[in-house]
Design a protein around this ligand. Structure first.
Ligand SMILES: [Zn+2]
Length: 59
């Protein structure tokens, strides 16, 4: 299928006004200070939140 009629520059640009990508969120791990995704376990130390830590050698 082809478009019935070519969209104007403004229509194309307006449609793409919502296409921008956001940078991936990252926070400092309060336990070891390395970057980690929010609400996820830290890659380096396994810290999630106070009272919960996911790490093989800890458990
Ligand atoms: Zn950590």
């Amino acid at each position: 299928m082809l478009p019935v009629q070519r969209k104007t520059r403004t229509q194309g640009r307006n449609r793409r006004s919502h296409d921008a990508l956001t940078t991936p969120r990252a926070v400092h791990c309060p336990n070891c200070g390395s970057w980690k995704r929010p609400h996820a376990a830290c890659n380096d130390c396994g810290y999630v939140r106070p009272g919960l830590s996911l790490k093989k050698d800890d458990a």
